[in-house]
Design a protein around this ligand. Sequence first.
Ligand code: HEM
Length: 413
Amino acid sequence: MQITDSERFDPLTPANLQDPFSLLADLRREQPVYWNEKYSFWMLTRYRDVKAALRAPGQFSSATGAELERRREDFPESLGPDLDVCKRFVYGQLVTADPPEHTKQRHAVMSTLTSQMVGELRTAVEELTDDLLDKMQRVGGAADFVSDFAYPLPSLVIFDLLGVPSEYHGMLHRSSQAVVAFPSAVYRKDGETVEELGMVFREAERALDEIIKARRIEPKDDLISRLVTFEGVGDEMLPSELVALCNILLVAGHETTANLLSGSLRYLLESRELWEQLRSTPDMVPSVVEELLRFVSPVLWLSRVAAEDIELSGEVLRKGQRIQLGIGAANHDPDEYDHPERLDLMRPKVHSLAFGYGLHFCLGAALARMETQVALSRLLDRLPNVRLGSRQFEYRPLYFLRALKSLPIVIQR
Ligand code: HEM
């Protein structure tokens, strides 16, 4: 049976969710500016197009929440309140805003999450890393690197940084996972999931609101206190905006670094000589992290909306249409990187689009780099003989993130 383009280029099929890079390579080669009829979005996969789009935020708007409004008709009216809370939670913050709303929030985060703060966190990250490794070593034998290390490390770091008390951790873990599950649920027109996510968000909204109120009354030495007391934010932003801002920091802190850590260990151990090469040259860890960012591409797609009609490669992207920018595809574009499907630890200076580019460039890049460098250095040092426990890799069904569900490893005591 002949397979159509719409099936081949469907990022949400089980096969493409597990191995998106084949789909991305086919798209980039055959239809680099592709209108996906099924999901009503454009898919851009060439490095030069994706970077040019990120350079032109006036044309490629980040305010994707408005576009969600049009997708409401895919759901029964009874889900209105659930879609409302999803919208507030997922689209009420800087990643999905254009200037001037974006400017205010970005300035606040940049001023409060400084590189000095990240530098000061290094010792705490080293201690957390050692605690997690101690625990894994004590148990010995089989472990799941995702649930025992890759997820807990960045989550504990971001909870600590924001100042979220431990009684809220479980709930906010669930809501971070819910945020990243939301786009796929919308594209699948999956009302049941939207309803469940709505419930999780309502609970998370209440939790964050409580923490924010407490920090307003009695500020502490944490990021939430700094944000709520920051001029023009604490006094001017709506409570729902503050909640969404704190939430996006939590989500970004949880979901992306975890995927970089687990993806990195997978690829380094899959071909043992890379692991041994890095063990013999641990000074290379910082530059290797840049190559891992490119190769793993923890975020595969960014979302934009055409702010005007845009002509590109003979196509017209109509005003209001959704556009998916394939940063994962761009990071594997052979026009930009020699042998892109090779994880090359010696690759000279890698400038990938893994953290985005331009106006919305990741505000947690320094933190994510530091955490990954510390984690990799410690892993090489403390678990030199670690092995993969399985060569079957299952990814969570999130088309825009590359998130391993688990990574079984074997630790020799
Ligand atoms: C490996 C880890 C990470 C990756 C791959 C990553 C990737 C990205 C990307 C691609 C963007 C651009 C979004 C866009 O243009 O639409 C972004 C934005 C952002 N990231 Fe990260 N991120 C990571 C870690 C973090 C961490 C740890 C934090 C928080 C502490 C964080 C906070 C943010 C924020 C606040 C933005 C929004 C910036 C803006 O809209 O102006 N990220 N990130």
